[in-house]
Write a protein that binds this ligand. Structure first.
Ligand SMILES: [Zn+2]
Length: 256
């Protein structure tokens, strides 16, 4: 399994880092996970968007889903013929996002994106992946995602405050991609984690590697790495920089 970081800026894009999004591939399956603003441009440098197998949204805050509108245009008005792409997201996704497209917006989006509502406790098979979900501690309906394959397991925190059992959900993962919005002495609304809390979560979950993501754009991500490391024990920690690639577990992975 391989994870390509499209963008990882928390809240809004930085000048050199789009908002949140990842391309996750294993075997013949390619999933686009979260479509924050700026991620579609990066994705197109890595793969043909018509070859994706699904788009998966953790929640409906714009820094995690705004580029769905661009993908909708690209698929629906494609010169060589419209295409459709399965969409997995929290209940009510089409209605919420369709609102921006007018009275028939939900129907319009649904024509492009056959929609599968997912929620805490669900398990869905998408190509070579088995996906599980956890409701997180974050405004709106936000879902952490655990992606399992025959070769390894990745858990993505989505956005969350400290009051969710992310460590239990991520237990034994090869890679935990965990939000680390805040830093020591720089803490805003309690709907996100600090880098130290991300490190503690990784240690409690017993993961093999931690990637810190969703760092607030005006903060230094290397400080997030240092603070996460201070709480993560001997677990390796890296920043999920845009362009970074993580090999997760072992076994075959499609080449891009
Ligand atoms: Zn959010």
């Amino acid at each position: 399994m391989r994870l390509h970081v499209l963008g990882s800026s928390g809240g809004y894009p930085a000048s050199d880092n789009p908002s949140t999004g990842f391309l996750l591939e294993h075997g013949a399956t390619r999933l686009w996970i979260d479509a924050g603003n700026g991620t579609f441009a990066v994705l197109q440098r890595l793969t043909d968007f018509t070859q994706l197998d699904a788009l998966v949204l953790s929640h409906l805050h714009p820094d995690h889903c705004a580029d769905l509108y661009s993908l909708h245009i690209a698929l629906r008005y494609r010169v060589d013929g419209a295409l459709r792409l399965p969409l997995y997201g929290p209940p009510g996704t089409l209605e919420a996002l369709g609102g921006l497209l007018g009275a028939d917006g939900a129907e319009n989006l649904g024509a492009t994106f056959p929609f599968h509502a997912v929620d805490a406790g669900d398990t869905v098979e998408v190509g070579d992946f088995r996906l599980r979900f956890l409701r997180t501690d974050h405004p709106g309906h936000t879902l952490a995602i655990r992606a399992e394959t025959d070769a390894g397991t990745l858990t993505y925190s989505a956005d969350t405050g400290p009051n969710a059992d992310l460590a239990g959900f991520a237990q034994g993962s090869d890679l935990l991609v965990c939000e680390a919005t805040y830093q020591e002495g720089k803490v805003g609304a309690p709907v996100h984690l600090t880098a130290r809390q991300a490190g503690e979560t990784a240690r409690h979950a017993g993961v093999r590697e931690l990637a810190v993501t969703h760092v607030w754009p005006t903060f230094d991500p290397q400080i997030a790495v240092v603070e996460a490391r201070s709480a993560a024990g001997d677990i390796p920690v890296r920043w999920a920089r845009s362009g970074e690639v993580f090999t997760v577990g072992s076994g075959p992975a499609a080449e891009i």
